[in-house]
Design a protein around this ligand. Structure first.
Ligand code: HEM
Length: 436
């Protein structure tokens, strides 16, 4: 990691997430930048021409291998949605356990400060090896020496934050967006409550799994006593692409996945299908999006005993090239009528769903066995859209009823979150406009 990954100035204040990032020109030091609450000291060091940048311990100051090593944290939209998809995922859903609104707000401010630092490749707070060895370190340390790895941390709020068991826990009930619905039950669902729902979520994506895991772990640590991990999911082998010129990844069924997705550069389509606009509201969600996560178990042992011809019929694309039925190349326009009526691509295509278009950002998973001698493997499906009522819900209603793929999959976990817009500036934090 290098100095050039720093994106902020030295004008930050002590109560801002930006305060914990370092000036571009500062020299690296592993103990010099303090986190939330210690930011004033960090700025003091910077102002004095001191060593106000904390690279992770073990990093040298050599230039980063690739310019894409750190993804800017601040912006109109949160990173991790239109951002080119990273290789690894650690997704965590949290239950809010505190009843104290002020404590929750403080934690969200601390989360934001830590997220700003970790995405830039810095240690949390005073770091993993701070001066006072009588105290537990602020940072857990397992990312020391690792590059930022294009880490993005994307924050969302679930229905339970607004109301739980009939209680308006934090005075937010009236602020719940209409689009943040409780998802309906779909045919074939076999949902495990312990792997579903959540009051808050953080999607950590990075090219290095340890960086993603470190980020979630440190946020959980900061949140201790205020939030508890409800469930978390590791993912590998991205199953979507938001960069169409890159090679399309393959899913656990061996097929290219993400061929037809919204690209991160397609501003118009993102505006039309993904970002909440001013007229959509509510105000605190403008520039945000809605996330649906589904843990989809694949019966890969059955799939692996299925003929190639049948496998290709199920998707409506060929396995080697990923071309739609009757076409030569992966990116040729699909001819839906040439596919079987129950082919996944035919049924999921916008033309079969009144134009419904979502941004997919899923990952493969394998989590040991199912206890019956089979791998617990599948797709951790993540979709972003402007409104789930015009996105995931009609699409999944169609797929759950008709998709040939249903013979080989089962939805076992489900969650929905409202993902607010990006953290704009030094005074902003995750959820600020919601709690305003
Ligand atoms: C384990 C479950 C699933 C697997 C293995 C799977 C796999 C695939 C594959 C291989 C493609 C073709 C390549 C591409 O365009 O990306 C595709 C397309 C697509 N899938 Fe899925 N998918 C799954 C679940 C879902 C679900 C739950 C949804 C939405 C509710 C969905 C929505 C789509 C859409 C919108 C397309 C693009 C259709 C087009 O425009 O041509 N998929 N999927």
């Amino acid at each position: 990691m290098t100095d050039k990954t720093d994106t902020t100035s030295t004008t930050a204040t002590t109560d801002s997430p930006e305060a914990v990032q370092a000036p571009a020109s500062a020299k690296p030091s592993r103990r010099s930048v303090l986190g939330w609450g210690g930011a004033g000291l960090a700025l003091g060091a910077a102002a004095a021409g001191g060593t106000a940048t904390a690279l992770r311990l073990g990093e040298d100051a050599a230039p980063a291998a690739s310019a894409g090593d750190a993804v800017p944290f601040l912006g109109e939209h949160q990173a991790g949605i239109a951002t080119p998809v990273q290789d690894r995922l650690h997704f965590a859903a949290f239950d809010v356990t505190t009843t104290d609104r002020a404590a929750l707000v403080k934690m969200l401010q601390e989360w934001t400060a830590a997220a700003a630092r970790m995405t830039a490749g810095h240690e949390v707070g005073e770091g993993a090896v701070q001066d006072n060895d009588e105290l537990p370190p602020d940072d857990t340390g397992e990312a020391l020496g690792l590059k930022p790895s294009r880490l993005t941390l994307t924050f969302g709020v679930g229905p339970g934050l607004f109301e739980k068991d009939g209680k308006d826990r934090f005075g937010l009930k009236g602020r719940r967006p209409k689009a943040l619905i409780d998802l309906p039950a779909f045919p074939g669902d076999n949902l495990d409550a312990a792997r579903s729902g959540g009051d808050l979520c953080v999607q950590a994506c990075a090219d290095d799994p340890q960086v993603a895991v470190h980020a979630i772990r440190n946020l959980a640590r900061i949140g201790m006593g205020k939030v508890a991990i409800r469930w978390s999911q590791l993912g590998f082998g991205k199953t979507s692409s938001t960069t169409p010129d890159a090679q399309t990844p393959r899913n656990m069924m061996g097929f290219k996945d993400g061929t037809r997705n919204i690209a991160g550069t397609e501003t118009d389509r993102l505006g039309k299908h993904v970002w909440v606009g001013e007229k959509d509201g509510p105000d605190w969600m403008v520039g945000g999006s809605y996330l649906v996560a589904r843990r989809i178990r694949m019966h890969i042992e059955t799939w692996d005993r299925t003929s190639l011809a049948e496998q290709e019929d199920v998707f409506g694309r060929d396995k080697a090239e990923g071309a739609p039925v009757g076409k030569q190349r992966e990116h040729d326009e699909p001819l839906l009528k040439a596919m079987k009526p129950d082919a996944h691509v035919r049924l999921a295509h916008p033309d079969s769903n009144n134009g419904v278009t979502i941004l997919r950002r899923g990952y493969s998973f394998t989590d040991g066995t199912d206890g019956l001698g089979r791998l617990d493997a599948g797709l951790f499906f993540i979709a972003y859209q402007k409104d789930v009522r015009d996105g995931f819900v009609p699409l999944q209603t169609n797929l759950a009823r008709n998709d040939a793929l249903n013979e080989y999959i089962q939805h076992v976990g489900s969650a929905i979150f409202a993902v607010p817009p990006g953290v704009r500036d030094k005074g902003d934090w995750w959820g600020k406009a919601l709690f305003a």
